[in-house]
Design a protein around this ligand. Sequence first.
Ligand code: GTP
Ligand code: MG
Length: 194
Amino acid sequence: MLVKSAEFVTSAVKPTQYPEALLPEVAFAGRSNVGKSSLINTLVNRKRLVKTSSTPGRTQLINFFTVNQNLSLVDLPGYGYARVPESVRRHWGPMIETYLKGRETLRAVVLILDIRRIPGIEEQNFIDWLSLYGRAAILVLTKADKLSKSAQKKQRRAIAGALNVDETALTLFSAKTRQGLPQVWSAIERVTGD
Ligand code: GTP
Ligand code: MG
């Protein structure tokens, strides 16, 4: 994908604040601090289109971006971070669920996992939940640069086992080295028809 333009559109917490549903859309989900915002920046080849942070839980709203004026990318707030205030956390689940359930133009959800961590029940539930609602999932193992090539392969096998999916369904990625960038783009292009 040749990215000619990438723009921030708006932040939202509820459907009335979403941009008009005109473009095919792909959303990015995963635990806090896993590298969702970094992955989007890498995809669009911009260092700081999306704010990244070493402080988990930085992205607390649903952020909409447009690429080449024909594709919408959505950065979702991360789940599973205990240190955000309870009042904030209570709204996250419903906010994300409402979006994932109802957004007509949503074509797929990229679930981003840290390659160093064997996913648990939260990830399994999320994947089951997506399939229950008929949402396609694109699974990405990020921060691959933290492991050697052979450790990456070994860890991919273990994660595939834990999630009960085929190894080939897991794309190795790094925002640092840009490993896996063409693979993530082609997965997105397959679901958006670009
Ligand atoms: P929240 O919005 O807080 O949920 O986090 P996020 O999932 O958007 O993560 P973000 O992209 O802000 O990255 C979190 C931290 O991980 C930052 O310090 C990034 O620099 C780092 N990071 C993200 N991707 C990679 C990667 O592929 N490799 C390495 N080494 N570090 C990464
Ligand atoms: Mg973020």
